[in-house]
Write a protein that binds this ligand. Structure first.
Ligand SMILES: Cc1cc2nc3c(=O)[nH]c(=O)nc-3n(C[C@H](O)[C@H](O)[C@H](O)COP(=O)(O)OP(=O)(O)OC[C@H]3O[C@@H](n4cnc5c(N)ncnc54)[C@H](O)[C@@H]3O)c2cc1C
Length: 402
């Protein structure tokens, strides 16, 4: 059994959507990932991202994809966990990723073209964030103007864009000629795109950096996602589905590090190097196992809510991403010292995982902003539901406060 399946097998009763065949497909994906990762050459930079893209194409060629229907999002959530167990860099090993926005919101012909490209293992990036801050999408300044040929020309600058060089297309958010926030898909081969890669602190598997748009032509008849002005709705719907996938990947990485540490301690103990495993190590192993498992179960539920279009889906994805990544981050941080200085070598997987996971504290939503917006939604819901307090109720509250 692969390390990922050792975590997932006890949770099987929590995913009744996965029948024997779809569960067996998931096991097949996990085994294939384990085989390919074990044979991977030690690569950095462009070599590493080429290997990751080849892996994605290979898995697509061999039909490792989510089943159609309601089990699909749950399968994909667990597939992300399986990938993350090996390395956070494997977060795009399978799935439509940001391409999901094209499939659900583009015109039919555009969606079909991109479905075929995604099925071949191509990758789609998202270009939303600008210099003023990614947590304030409403303030973007990238703008389209109407050209005399009836199409639009887009100009602006996006920053911190992941999969900068590897993406076959980008979903770009900008202001349309009427100043409404709008999303389109732009082919990566467009000559008006300029890329400036930046070296990241972690998550170095894929390139990352600035994407500049110089008079990029956009045809509103074919390239729009939703209608003009639907940008914020497209963004919210997408991230309700996408955030649990990112969270599951990060929890997979934490689970992978947990297995690494438990195996290392067991091996040292067996070899007599460590005559007794101290209580602090045992407590950390027990607590982090429970926390990772609980967060994964919550993440699966969040994926279900998004699939069902449940009114709670967006809120669950926002606070669930922040809480789930915080759980994974804390678990890796707490597990690392149990390996001693060995784990501080740059080449050790736990050092890489620690650097990688910090990137997810920002990517797909910085946590204080996500918790804050979650708190606002919850307060709004309470305000809408509550009737004005009676005088007696207010007196009781003041008495409690005193
Ligand atoms: C590894 C990685 C990959 C990424 N990939 C992509 C990508 O593919 N595409 C993309 O578009 N973006 C991407 N991003 C950007 C990411 O979405 C943003 O980092 C995130 O949205 C937060 O935005 P920011 O970093 O600009 O921080 P800000 O939004 O500037 O927030 C920084 C801090 O300022 C605070 N703040 C913001 N406004 C106020 C205010 N009015 N008053 C007080 N405090 C405030 C925030 O709460 C936060 O604490 C990526 C980032 C990383 C690190």
């Amino acid at each position: 059994m692969t390390p990922a399946l050792a975590w997932l097998e006890p949770l099987r009763s929590s995913v009744p959507e996965l029948d024997a065949d779809t569960w067996s497909d998931l096991c097949g994906l996990s085994r294939e990932l384990a085989r390919r990762v074990a044979a991977a050459p030690p690569l950095d930079g462009p070599g590493r991202s080429r290997w990751l893209l080849d892996l994605r194409r290979h898995l697509a060629d061999y039909g490792h994809h989510a089943p159609a229907g309601p089990s699909g999002p749950v399968w994909q959530t667990l597939a992300q966990f399986c990938a993350g167990v090996h390395d956070l860099d494997l977060r795009d090993a399978t799935g439509t990723g940001h391409g999901a926005m094209i499939l659900t919101d583009a015109a039919e012909v555009t969606a079909e073209t991109w479905r075929a490209r995604l099925d071949r293992g191509e990758l789609v990036g998202i270009a939303a964030t600008e210099r003023h801050g990614g947590s304030r999408l409403q303030e973007i300044t990238t703008r389209a103007r109407l050209h005399r040929d009836g199409r639009w020309r887009v100009n602006g600058e996006k920053c911190w864009v992941s999969r900068l060089v590897e993406s076959a297309g980008f979903v770009v958010f900008f202001r349309d000629p009427d100043s409404r926030i709008t999303a389109v898909v732009i082919d990566a081969a467009n000559e008006g795109l300029e890329r400036e890669p930046i070296a990241p602190f972690g998550l170095g598997g894929w390139s990352w950096g600035v994407l500049r748009l110089h008079d990029v032509p956009v045809d509103p008849a074919t390239d729009l996602l939703g209608r003009a002005g639907d940008g914020l709705a497209v963004f919210r719907r997408h991230f309700a589905r996408f955030r649990p996938l990112v969270t599951a990947t990060a929890l997979g990485t934490a689970a992978g590090m947990h297995t690494l540490v438990a195996d290392a301690l067991a091996a040292r103990h067996k070899a007599g190097v460590l005559p007794r495993v101290r209580d602090n190590a045992l407590i950390t192993l027990g607590r982090t196992h429970a926390e990772i498992t609980a967060a994964l179960l919550a993440t699966i539920t969040t994926s279900r809510l998004a699939m069902a279009g449940h009114p709670h889906a967006d809120l669950a994805a926002r606070v669930g991403k922040a809480a789930g990544i915080d759980t994974a981050h804390r678990a890796i941080t707490d597990l690392a010292p149990l390996l001693g200085a060995w784990g501080f070598q740059q080449a050790s997987p736990i050092a890489k995982a620690r650097a990688d996971i910090t990137g997810l504290l920002y990517a797909d939503g910085v946590h204080d902003s996500l918790y804050r917006s979650g708190g606002l939604s919850l307060l709004d819901a309470s305000m809408a539901a509550s009737t004005p307090p009676s005088t007696g109720h207010l007196a009781a509250v003041s008495a409690t406060a005193a």
